[in-house]
Ligand binder design. Sequence first.
Ligand SMILES: N[C@@H](CCC(=O)N[C@@H](CS)C(=O)NCC(=O)O)C(=O)O
Length: 267
Amino acid sequence: MAYADSPKYTLLYHPGIPGRAEFIRLAFEATGTPYTDLANSASDGYATVRKACIDPDALSSLGDNPPVFAPPALQVKGEGKGGGDFLISQTSNILSYLGPRLGLAGEDEADKLWVGQVVSTALDLNNEVHDTHHPIAIADYYENQKDEALKKTVDFRKNRLPKFFGYFERMLKWNEKQQGERKREGVYLLGSQLTMADLVVWQVLDGLFFAFPEEMKARTEEFGLLLGDFYGSVKGEKGLKGYLESERRMKYSMGIFRHYPELDRQS
Ligand SMILES: N[C@@H](CCC(=O)N[C@@H](CS)C(=O)NCC(=O)O)C(=O)O
């Protein structure tokens, strides 16, 4: 596709895994926003991602943009300071940039900040999930840190999961009260329509269902509002449903959400 006809947004990330880029994909997919997923769509796409986001010696990125520490990054056509492309990184930063532009940040300034607050909390949980299988060294194999991973995961499942789930349920209950009789199409964390908060929390829950199926089954009764009503409602959202059933939705494998049966709840 010629540059002039290409979508405004390009996502730069590793190929073949949902990873942290999935939060950004969900925002595009749920709103029907065109985007290019560079490493998954062009044969030399990942070379560009590596140059822009992974080169440890880079003193700039994609033209005049500052260096990036790690993917994901978002390229926005023509929005750079000198008229070139704009490049930003850090998942939470990208999501707060896109939120108001895609209509996923609520209705006013307070909503925008509250959406950011829930998104940041869900991304904290996402990081803790990652640390269950890599508690010691990010660049080393899981097999070399199995004992520590088990200790970390037992605490995570026992203490951290219910703390995060309890918080998200309190958000759902708070929002239900705020909305009163207002008509809503689904179950939301903030306001009466889908926001970035719903998408990010949903994605972490979905990954947890894959990584710890036994733990999640056991928690479903206790957190029915979150793991039943909310999870099911967001999954069925217009725009998202088709994507989740499509081939574009990549499978979990060796990314943040991994299924190691020995780390799951033992019956
Ligand atoms: N806090 C960053 C974390 C970025 C990150 O850890 N990216 C991973 C892929 S999901 C990566 O490639 N990391 C390489 C590294 O940290 O050395 C974000 O949310 O964007």
